[in-house]
Design a protein around this ligand. Structure first.
Ligand SMILES: [Zn+2]
Length: 260
């Protein structure tokens, strides 16, 4: 069991302070709180009501929290470092944060991940309500809804980063390898998933190393290439307004590493 984080305490306290202070929060705090979550707030400690931004929560829903994809990536990796060290600070789903983002959102990254129960995106990056646009499908398989959802994140919500996150021991890619080794019929739409993931898996046939790990990395590369075909995503990347990045999540350590 995890004890309540400092930020949980902050947000609970912030809710009691009220909406007036909340408004101040959205204007006072800002980039200084990111990337990396910043330093502990000296105003915390239960010594009376505060109206400072820090007393409410440290990531207001403002669009200027990150300037570009590079900063967005730094913020994600800093959050992951906290997750790895079990020192989460910013996983803010508290009442004050919920109120703060209820009228608008300015997420700073769009992420495509797998449905795997062990890779919950907000948790592994230590981010809270309103921080991330998350799209998940088995193996990160792309279809029209997935691509459209990612396009929504980068165009309508203007995130400067689009991250594709593969992960260690991905069951969907493992099933695809097995299906290609020994063709079988799959019920429902499972066959569709295998067919969608198969092109990336085939690229790894005959390569040295662990087959599944190879397939995960190849799939991230494949997905990124596919997304760069999008008439919505491609021009954004070309203009420098959007950064596309691949990454790999290791189940054993919780660590996210960027793909070369
Ligand atoms: Zn998976």
């Amino acid at each position: 069991m995890k004890t309540p984080s400092r930020r949980h305490i902050l947000t609970a306290f912030g809710a009691a302070v009220g909406a007036g202070a909340l408004a101040a929060c959205t204007t006072e705090a800002g980039p200084s709180t990111s990337p990396g979550g910043g330093q502990p707030d000296a105003s915390v400690g239960g010594d009376g009501p505060h109206t400072s931004a820090g007393a409410i929560g440290r990531h207001p829903p403002t669009s200027d929290v990150v300037a570009d994809g590079k900063q967005a990536l730094e913020r994600l990796l800093a959050g992951n470092a906290r997750f790895v060290a079990a020192q989460e600070q910013d996983l803010d789903e508290g009442i004050a944060r919920r109120i703060a983002v209820s009228k608008g959102q300015h997420p700073f990254a769009t992420i495509l991940g797998c449905v795997d129960s062990r890779v919950p995106i907000e948790l592994v990056f230590d981010q809270g309500l309103g921080d991330l646009v998350v799209v998940r499908s088995a193996g990160g398989a792309l279809d029209r809804s997935v691509i459209g959802s990612l396009e929504f994140g980068v165009t309508e919500l203007h995130t400067p980063l689009l991250l594709v996150l593969g992960h260690q021991r991905c069951g969907a890619l493992d099933a695809t390898i097995k299906a290609l080794d020994k063709p079988t019929s799959h019920p429902g739409k499972l066959g569709y998933l295998v067919d969608t993931l198969a092109p990336a898996v085939r690229q790894t046939f005959g390569k040295p190393g662990d087959r599944l790990t190879n397939a995960v990395h190849a799939n991230v590369t494949h997905v990124l290439a596919e997304l760069r075909q999008s008439p919505v995503i491609a021009p954004l990347e070309k203009s420098g307004k959007l950064q596309l990045t691949g990454a790999y999540y290791e189940l054993d350590t919780g660590k996210v590493t960027l793909e070369p």
